[in-house]
Design a binder for this molecule. Structure first.
Ligand SMILES: [Zn+2]
Ligand SMILES: [Zn+2]
Length: 425
């Protein structure tokens, strides 16, 4: 029978047989962030719509086409978080986290909502791993966030990713760069998409970010930002590169990397993994020195990145799943069920992951279930065991059995599980 209700288009359920992969990546990310001293921040799932209109940018594709915006019962316009950075900056400003000066470093693992065409690894609700470092102009911190991400990829065993790095200049040199881009795109204007024709007027840098194939073609030979940035920006970029070299972090200079919004400046980077195709980005980030002011704060430099967890998992492939269950407690007779239930709870209270049948199934079915769950041991209780006040402990790998006095069984199994855990390590 077909299910009546299905998950909404562009969303997915992470089922128990897969969620361990998520947990592994999330744990590695949290661990890497802790080592780099990026503390966790959690912001609401939704914010005032205005935050994203200002913080993501009026006229951007995200704001015009992709936001999940709704009115609540109080008539407020709210939007499900379509981007990670604006809420963090909003919280930073609201709670005056920068008081006293210095840098504040954050990480988050948060769902992101965008109304996009669903495709492999892209969902309308996806999970973003991100960091934000607010309060320092760089360039050392720029290199640090890139190094952090590479260490994280190492921790999850993902190799082959390439970091692409560029600088998009600052408010001082952006006008000259825009002028050069307008000169280049002027003769090609008719062939560009509607968005790019608008971008030509407002922010021609963003034409370099368009995903329309004809526009990607049209920008062949476009002026490189790196040739038009001012001396301070050149120094900053040289500083980022020197710091990355000193850390032995590999990267490629790639002037096609842009961040189209006005508040972005200088360092921009993407990490691309070949398993997803040439242009498939598993992480994007950059410096957003103008964002705090855009949101009504005082000028505050910042830099960060976001990485889609689902795309990382696609690149990562499969791995051996960790064992979950240690002991399956099986009852060989109806009379033994109560004793099996009590023993299961005792094992759990002793720190041993344990489970049992709740549906009156046969012993054979219970043993099949034990194997399906990957239990290391089965604890068998039947008439004989109840009479003798014992439990039969079976090693599920080799079938060896021994009878253990009931008062000793919890300690016995706990010790066996601990010993096997040690041997595996
Ligand atoms: Zn500049
Ligand atoms: Zn375009």
């Amino acid at each position: 029978m077909a299910a009546k209700h299905r998950a909404p288009r562009g969303t997915q359920d992470v089922l128990p047989q897969d969620s361990w992969r998520w947990q592994r990546v999330e744990a590695a990310f949290r661990d890497t962030c802790a080592r780099y001293a990026y503390r966790e921040i959690r912001t609401p799932l939704f914010e005032d719509t205005e935050l994203f209109v200002h913080g993501t940018g009026e006229g951007t594709e995200i704001v015009t086409k992709q936001m999940y915006t709704f009115e609540d019962r109080g008539g407020r316009s709210l939007t499900l978080r379509p981007e990670g950075t604006p809420p963090v900056m909003r919280a930073y400003l609201e709670h005056e986290l920068g008081a006293g000066g210095g840098i504040r470093k954050f990480h988050y693992i948060a769902p992101i909502f965008r109304y996009e065409r669903p495709q492999a690894g892209r969902y309308r609700q996806h999970t973003q791993l991100g960091v934000e470092a607010i309060g320092a102009p760089g360039p050392d911190i720029d290199a640090e966030v890139i190094a952090l991400f590479q260490d994280f990829l190492g921790a999850i065993g993902l190799s082959g990713a390439v970091t692409h790095l560029s600088s998009i200049g600052c408010a001082n040199c952006r006008p000259a760069l825009s002028a050069a881009l307008r000169e280049f795109f002027g003769p090609k204007l008719e062939g560009l998409c509607d968005f790019c024709r608008a971008r030509y007027e407002t922010n021609p840098l963003r034409i370099l970010d368009c995903k329309v194939p004809a526009d990607i073609e049209a920008r062949q030979g476009a002026p490189s930002a790196l040739n038009h940035i001012c001396e301070e920006c050149r120094d900053h970029f040289a500083g980022v590169r020197a710091a990355l070299d000193a850390l032995a972090v590999p990267y490629e200079v790639d002037p096609t990397i842009v961040r189209g919004l006005d508040y972005y400046s200088r360092t921009a980077f993407e990490v691309i993994h070949p398993s997803l195709g040439a242009k498939d980005v598993i992480m994007g980030g950059g410096r957003y020195d103008g964002l705090a002011e855009t949101l009504g704060g005082s000028p505050t430099p910042g830099i960060g990145f976001g990485s889609g967890l689902e795309r990382l998992l696609l690149s990562l492939g499969d791995g051996a799943s960790p064992r979950g269950l240690e002991v399956y407690v099986a009852a060989a007779s109806p009379e033994a069920r109560e004793a099996a239930f009590t023993l299961t709870i005792e094992l759990r209270r002793a720190g041993v992951p344990a489970d049992l049948d709740y549906t009156q199934r046969s012993l054979r079915a219970q043993m099949r279930e034990a194997a399906r769950l990957g239990a290391r041991f089965a604890a068998l209780l039947g008439e004989d065991e109840l009479k003798a006040d014992t439990v039969t402990a079976r090693d599920m790998n080799n079938g060896e059995q021994r009878s253990v006095p009931r008062p000793e069984i919890v300690e016995h199994l706990a010790a066996l599980c601990a010993a096997q855990g040690e041997a595996k390590r």
